[in-house]
Design a protein. Structure first.
Lengths: 208, 470
């Protein structure tokens, strides 16, 4: 303990890692769900990033999460790509949520690799405001490519995956898990810019 | 009106020479039947050796021991003539093809391309680069320009008052008079155009007929000549041939870039676009492989045309080596450039939506991109369509409809679901044999999924799953 070092010299000498947080995301695209917006650090979907939505099964309200956003974008005459969806989008159902279907391009791709390629192209192009995709066999690298493409193209990327992928690390800026047990709720698994909230966010089916 | 005449005195020979490396070897174009072959044109080294157009080939062979003789092909010459007309079409909309000459109306072009001396230099530069020898003259009438180009290269008569004076000293033999008139006039002692213009018209008409009087009227502009203007072709065919066989698609990429570049240049010249065209790969035995390319909208950007065609070609398999490639475009619709907002917020490297869609279609197939819209049919199977020609009518009422629809309904498995809403009876479809009677319900499964199911009317199961409220 004989040696006394001034703290300032250590800091200026860059010998101490101060754990400075990454810059706060500057605002996001509102999700249209006030409770969800309040829980997210960007108060909405992180801009120009990938958002991952994990599901226990199809048909638990995963589209309801994004439909308000799609409705707002399509009313601003901005194009949206839906790449290799698991089912056919039902026009009446989407229009009930306020989506203008003329701005929705549905891209059919038989091969999962083609679907990934198309997702990356659409995200990178900067011509689509939002891109929805259902990557089946996407690994960490593929998702990272999508995240970089979304950043380059300043687009909102939505990736829907099964919840068994929750244990894997993901480069997405935001990870949400939809739960139906014991009640319908959203659990934030990861959100860039802050700690994920500890409590799940209620997402009652009566709301949609 | 001001007409510029580009006279091409050596059109046939220049057309042959421009495809060869320049050399000092004597070369002649020969024509005529096998018994009486004669020289049509000779290049400079051949003329220096004494070969003349019109000479018999046997005489030429006696004069010079070694020279190259190329068979003259009128169709090829005609093609060069048309190529030059297409070139002239860039400078004026009124282009006329006359024998060995192209005449174009330039009074309105001068505003765009500068005063005549600068415009003339522009024309001469272009022609020299294309490799065609030429003589250029400018006059208030097309005929006068044609005549002056033959006698005075570079002459420009800007106003109609000066025209008579400029034409007067021209000998009648060079005035491009109809038929035999020139010889007979010279025999009569009328040697220049000035004398001819002063001669009594009635006498001339009786001796030489109406054609001569008309020619003189058109020449000095007292009568308006009706001209047949050149029109750019409505279909494009570009070809490329090789002396060797090409076996790999990759080796076709470079020639393809030249072809699509030529196509884009042609389209720019006629201010049009192309929506569908075909690449025909010709094999040695005469058969061919066709690659047809369809675009969503007319395009003319060379990079885009090339990239799109290449991605189509790369998926083509060549059954045999290729010896020639043709590009055929039959439909050339008008091109409307896409507008872009001045305050566009998209990133600078953004790919336009149209190009992106083409790229996706090129890899995933022509029908890969769909836009769905609602139809008037109440049956869920027919309530939406990807076809473009269907009538679009807004949804009448906000009935509960799912967001995912199954292509074909399937049995709902698992525990008995909890009914959330329903029934909604759909009993319709009598008009096309697709009768259906169903009660639709919204149910929630044990897993928490919301499903759109139906069953036979009046019953509660077994359930058929038709959609998800995702």
């Amino acid at each position: 303990m004989g040696q006394v070092v001034a703290l300032q010299s250590l800091i200026t000498g860059r010998q101490i890692w101060q754990g400075r947080a990454v810059p706060q995301p500057s605002g996001g695209e509102t999700t249209g769900w006030p409770a969800l917006d309040a829980a997210l650090p960007a108060s909405g979907w992180p801009k120009a990033s990938l958002s991952e939505i994990l599901l226990p099964a199809d048909g638990v309200g995963e589209l309801q999460l994004v439909l308000p956003t799609l409705a707002r974008l399509s009313k601003q005459q901005r194009a949206i790509a839906v790449i290799a969806p698991p089912y056919v989008p039902c026009v009446a159902g989407w229009e009930n949520s306020g989506v203008a279907m003329t701005h929705i391009d549905i891209v059919c791709a038989g091969d999962p690799r083609d679907a990934l390629w198309a997702s990356e192209q659409c995200l990178r192009s900067g011509s689509y405001a939002a891109v929805l995709s259902w990557p089946l066999h996407a690994d960490d690298r593929a998702l990272r490519r999508l995240q970089v493409a979304a950043d380059n193209g300043r687009a909102l990327g939505f990736v829907f995956r099964d919840r068994r992928h929750a244990v894997q690390a993901s480069p997405a800026a935001l990870r949400l898990e939809l739960e139906t047990e014991p009640v319908r709720q959203i659990r934030v698994r990861k959100c860039r810019g802050s700690q994920p909230p500890a409590l799940p966010i209620p997402f009652p089916a009566d709301g949609w | 009106m001001l007409w510029a005449c580009v006279l091409l005195p050596h059109l046939a020979l220049d057309g042959v020479l421009r495809r060869r490396p320049s050399s000092d070897e004597p070369l002649v174009l020969v024509t005529g039947s096998a018994q009486s072959r004669s020289i049509l044109a000779a290049n400079r080294p051949a003329r220096a050796a004494g070969l003349r157009p019109g000479q018999r080939l046997a005489v030429a062979q006696a004069l010079l021991s070694r020279f190259e003789a190329v068979e003259h092909d009128p169709a090829t010459t005609e093609r060069w003539h048309r190529l030059l007309a297409a070139w002239a079409y860039r400078y004026s909309a009124e282009v006329v093809l006359w024998p060995h000459a192209i005449v174009l109306e330039v009074s309105r072009s001068l505003g765009l391309f500068g005063p005549w001396p600068r415009f003339e230099a522009l024309l001469r530069d272009d022609l020299s680069q294309l490799g065609f020898r030429h003589r250029i003259a400018l006059a208030p009438t097309a005929r006068a320009a044609y005549v002056l180009a033959g006698t005075h290269d570079g002459m420009a008569v800007m106003s109609p008052e000066l025209l008579r004076g400029a034409l007067s000293p021209i000998p009648v033999g060079k005035a491009r008079l109809p038929d035999e008139a020139a010889d007979n006039l010279a025999a009569m002692g009328l040697r220049t155009l000035g004398q001819l213009l002063h001669a009594p018209r009635d006498g001339l008409r009786r001796r030489f007929g109406e054609a001569l009087i008309e020619h003189l009227d058109y020449l000095i502009g007292t009568a308006q000549e009706v001209l047949r203007y050149y029109r750019p072709p409505d279909r494009l065919e570009l070809a490329m041939e090789w002396t060797h066989e090409i076996e790999q698609v990759e080796a076709l990429v470079f020639p393809l870039r030249r072809l699509t570049g030529d196509l884009a240049a042609c389209l720019a010249g006629r201010d049009g676009g192309v929506q569908r065209f075909m690449i025909r790969l010709v094999h040695r035995d005469g058969t061919s492989t066709d690659v047809s390319i369809g675009l969503l909208a007319p395009e003319r950007d060379p990079t885009m045309l090339f990239e799109h065609t290449r991605s189509r070609m790369e998926r083509t398999e060549l059954p045999q080596p290729v010896i020639a490639m043709r590009l055929v475009a039959h439909e050339l619709p008008p091109f409307v450039p896409a507008g872009r907002d001045l305050f566009d917020t998209r990133p600078a490297n953004a790919l336009p939506l149209g190009q992106l869609r083409e790229r996706l279609r090129a890899r995933l197939g022509d029908r890969a991109i769909q836009t769905l819209h609602a139809t008037t049919d109440p049956r869920p199977e027919h309530a939406q369509s990807a076809a473009r020609d269907d009538v679009v009518i807004g949804q009448p009422a906000s009935l509960p409809r799912p967001t995912w629809l199954l292509d074909t309904p399937m049995p709902l498995r698992g525990l008995a679901p909890r009914i959330v809403a329903g029934p909604e009876r759909l009993e319709t479809g009598w008009w096309d044999g697709g009768d259906m009677r169903r009660d639709y319900y919204v149910v929630e499964t044990a897993q928490g999924q919301r499903a759109w199911v139906f069953c036979a009317p009046g019953e509660r199961g077994p359930w058929m799953l038709h959609g998800w409220f995702a």
